[in-house]
Design a protein around this ligand. Structure first.
Ligand code: CTP
Length: 415
């Protein structure tokens, strides 16, 4: 997601008014649509509106039309307009935003259904799409909904929220499920419009992500809860900024992003082989992978049956891939991650020195709100000389953007 702070506060140039399609879907959150529409128009955008049949149960066509200062397209108008392809006309926009995105609309888009105007239009939109979901927490977390959202993300769609807070008709819901506020929706939609700077054009970026699995026997392994989201965010951000990206990932529950060469591995040794190979041509390497430090010294070729009493597993160290890359660094920029529970800056700086990394992103797993698998991250950039920058809590995509900004600064300094 684009950082809302970067959204221009001044109206956009009237000469090139961006066209934004606003799809209002059926939920209580539809009542926030007029305010978001007004804010988009105030910022200089031209808006087109589609209201789903369910949306019109929550809000009148008139209040949407008033806020949009224009007509509202509905399933009725779509059918009435036939044989004109109204959905194709509506899809010719610079960006689309779905306000109060429902589970049904997400499912339609993820499966290519086109039985109503909103779904048919979403299949034809050329510009970026921003989904602003509003639904009950249990629905949002259902694997079907999460799978559909993941599919859309892998196609480059953006998501804002749902957020934590009170929601529902009586504010009866607490927790995740509340739709983002109109000003944030408008800012995020406008943020999609800014041409993403192509400042990594032609740069070859290698990213490692996810955990590794160290097998004890064919059916048991040692691993860790890394979700891979941070590494995928770096890879996607680099791709969008023009880089040629290779992503080497351990086992994660994420779909391969388009336009990125993805290598899937399981063990630290496999990860090492793939990374060392790809690093030969890479100019930037970002190691987000949570590589297991040890593997079984003697991996059993057959499943081990249980025995009475305690068992001792003999572990042997895995190669340190980042340190190995550091030894043959050449002109590459090397970036590592570290997780520390105490003396973070000191330890991360020492780690950067030891591994010959240009900088390390330090995570504190004990920090409040930091969890494996989340969409946000709060990190501190630590350089080998122990200078550091504390970054606020940001989406992983925003963290990725700042990492790549620092990479570019280092490349520019080297000339
Ligand atoms: N890393 C690596 N190969 C390993 C272990 C870690 O390339 N075998 C990389 C990770 O991808 C990450 C950084 O090194 O970028 C993290 O190192 P960490 O595991 O924290 O460092 P260690 O040297 O193992 O430190 P510690 O002693 O604190 O575990």
């Amino acid at each position: 997601m684009m950082p809302t702070s970067e959204v221009p506060s001044a109206p956009l140039d009237r000469g090139q008014r961006p066209q934004i399609l606003v799809i209002v879907a059926g939920s209580m959150a539809a009542v926030k649509a007029p305010s978001a529409l007004r804010r988009l128009r105030e910022a200089g955008a031209e808006v087109r509106v589609i209201a789903t049949r369910a949306a019109l149960e929550f809000i009148t066509e008139l209040s949407l039309a008033t806020a949009a200062d224009g007509p509202v397209a509905t399933d009725e108008s779509w059918f009435a307009a036939r044989p004109t392809a109204q959905h194709l006309q509506l899809a010719k926009v610079d960006a689309a935003v779905v306000i109060g995105a429902s589970a049904e609309l997400l499912a339609n888009a993820a499966h290519g259904h086109a039985g109503d105007l909103a779904s048919a239009t979403l299949l034809s939109v050329e510009g970026p799409v921003l989904w602003v979901p509003a639904m009950n927490e249990r629905m949002w977390h259902h694997p079907a909904v999460q799978h559909n959202a993941a599919t859309l993300r892998s196609w480059g769609h953006h998501f804002l929220g749902p957020e934590v807070g009170a929601f529902g008709t009586q504010g009866e819901g607490k927790g995740l499920g509340r739709m983002s506020e109109p000003e944030d929706i408008a800012a995020a939609a406008l943020g999609l419009l800014r041409p993403v700077k192509q400042d990594l054009e032609g740069v070859r970026v290698l990213v490692s992500a996810g955990p590794t699995r160290e097998y004890l026997d064919p059916v048991r392994f040692i691993s860790n809860p890394s979700s891979g989201k941070m590494g995928f965010a770096v890879a996607e951000e680099a791709r969008d900024r023009g880089a040629e990206v290779t992503l080497v990932t351990g086992p994660v529950n994420l779909l391969s992003p388009r336009g990125i060469s993805v290598v899937r591995v399981e063990t630290a040794l496999e990860l090492r082989e793939a990374v060392v190979q790809a690093a030969q041509t890479a100019q930037v390497v970002v190691m987000t992978a949570a590589v297991a430090d040890y593997r079984a010294a003697n991996q059993a070729s057959e499943k081990q049956a249980k025995v009475a009493g305690d068992v001792t597993i003999h572990l042997t160290p895995n190669p340190d891939i980042l340190a190995e890359l550091g030894q043959h660094k050449g002109g590459r920029v090397l970036v590592g991650f570290a997780m520390e529970t105490h003396a973070g800056i000191e330890r991360a700086a020492a780690k950067a020195q030891r591994k010959n990394a240009d900088f390390i992103l330090l995570n504190y797993p004990t920090r409040e709100g930091t969890s494996f698998g989340g969409d946000d991250n709060q990190v501190t950039l630590v350089r080998p000389d122990a200078t550091y920058e504390d970054w606020p809590r940001l989406s992983k995509r925003e963290v990725a953007g700042k990492i790549l900004d620092e990479v570019l600064r280092i490349r520019a300094d080297r000339g």
